[in-house]
Design a protein around this ligand. Sequence first.
Ligand code: 5GP
Ligand code: ZN
Length: 136
Amino acid sequence: MKKDDCIFCKIAAGEIPSQCIYEDGLFKVILDLGPATKGHSLIIPKDHYEDLFEIPEETAAQAMVLAKRLSARLMEKLHADGLNLVQNNKETAGQTVKHFHLHMIPRYKDDMQNILWKPGEVTQDELALIKETITG
Ligand code: 5GP
Ligand code: ZN
């Protein structure tokens, strides 16, 4: 299941070069070309799924297990102080490559990256309403 004009399908197939830090039958894990920090890596399934809504549950679960394993390796080898897992879906949420991928972003004290969000404000009534909308 590949998509002809997809850059990550081409990277996964080895048609476009990349710095690969891990590969198995299902995934290729590469260093990001525009890294947020040193060691910023992308877990890419070899089959084409546009986003979280398309990827099969089993593959998503396997990606998370791989993220757990490789994150520990990044932390250790790069002497990182923390690590963010980031996964963007749809343009509004910052997705620029329409092939599911999971970012592993090692964090370093004083790395000056701003990957977290600005907390908003909400009332208890609003929270209750949102809960009803989601669960109702
Ligand atoms: P998104 O914004 O879709 O969540 O993340 C896409 C990521 O892919 C970005 O961090 C970007 O730097 C990275 N990227 C885009 N094109 C290439 C490429 O050709 N090679 C590599 N290694 N990374 C890429
Ligand atoms: Zn693809």
